[in-house]
Design a protein around this ligand. Structure first.
Ligand code: ZN
Length: 308
């Protein structure tokens, strides 16, 4: 492990090299984890701002992202990347909305924030954007007299309302939250079944690997579900977290597509079912899939029927 400057955001980061591979993995506080070969460094030169914003925004994902000539166009066309200055402002208000709890949410004057939180080019643009949000009444500068909070820019009631309208009005969202077991044996289900089925209609999927975020998982899951158009919940093996996430999504009015492995679901011993799902109605629109290919096909049909 070697300490270097992050080639994307410029902050310090660590570089890990895999044994027998010339593909280094960078681990950066702001860009999470990505793989980038030395010979591909020129590729990213003119896309650093967008890439650091995108990597910051998607840092909840469970796998490091590989950046090369093949993957870069897909990353750059992701619908989460803001295309206009106003969309960048939306990213900033949503970032501030997400960093604390309720009315304590603020950005401190003492802390240094990466400009990538709102796809700003540099600290100067970031500071300018904070001023603009203050001018339009979404942020308010407050001094230290509020006790334990240091001085900084707090979200106003108008700012809260606006951030919440952005989160709830997500009919245009192309993100899909996937609730499932994140163990290795489910990787191919995610990669070969769920991901391509959603990609066919322009949706990008993400999941949150709970083992990587001990302690603060709930906030990440809630934020993930809130910003999603719909969720896919796979109940194979009855993971409790999937029930929780599906229930939360349902409560928010999100469509939940329920799936389960057929073999596991139908397993019998001495003529009796071994595994049972904890639904009121067990067959409530449940997609039973045989393998990744079958899941891909059935999910495509369901998305077309119920989401589009
Ligand atoms: Zn970085």
């Amino acid at each position: 492990m070697e300490e270097v400057k992050c080639p994307i955001c410029g902050e310090h980061c660590y570089i890990h090299s895999r044994a027998g591979s010339n593909l280094p993995t960078y681990k950066c506080d702001f860009c999470f984890a990505y793989e980038l070969a030395d010979e591909d460094l020129p590729l990213i030169q003119e896309h650093k701002v967008v890439l650091s914003g995108f990597l910051f925004e998607t840092r909840m994902r469970s796998h490091s992202i590989r950046i090369n000539a093949g993957t870069l166009p897909f990353v750059l066309s992701d619908s989460r990347i803001p295309r206009t200055p106003m969309q960048k402002l939306d990213k900033l208000i949503l970032f501030i909305y997400s960093i604390g709890s309720g009315f304590k949410n603020h950005i401190s004057k003492l802390a240094k924030y990466p400009p990538s939180v709102c796809y700003a080019e540099d600290a100067a643009e970031f500071n300018l954007m904070v001023s603009i949000l203050t001018d339009i009444g979404y942020l308010c500068e407050r001094q230290a007299r509020f006790g334990e909070y240091d001085c900084g820019y707090f979200i106003t009631v108008e700012g809260m309302k606006y951030a919440e309208s952005l989160l709830s009005g997500n009919n245009n969202s192309t993100a899909v939250f996937v609730a499932m077991k994140c163990t290795d044996d489910f990787k191919s289900v995610y990669e070969e079944g769920i991901k391509p089925a959603c990609a066919k209609f322009g949706f990008s999927v993400f999941t949150i690997d709970e083992t990587k975020y001990p302690g603060d998982i709930t906030d990440k899951v809630i934020a993930g579900i809130k910003t999603s158009r719909f969720i896919i919940a796979d109940f194979t093996s009855n993971p409790l977290s999937v029930y929780y996430e599906a229930g939360y999504a349902k409560g928010l009015g999100r469509e939940v597509i329920k799936t389960c492995n057929k073999k596991w679901f139908e397993e019998e011993k001495d003529g009796k079912k071994v595994n049972r799902l904890h639904f009121d109605i067990q067959y409530d629109n449940l997609i039973l899939w045989e393998d990744e290919k079958d899941l891909l096909q059935k999910l495509e049909d369901r998305i077309q029927a119920t989401i589009l």
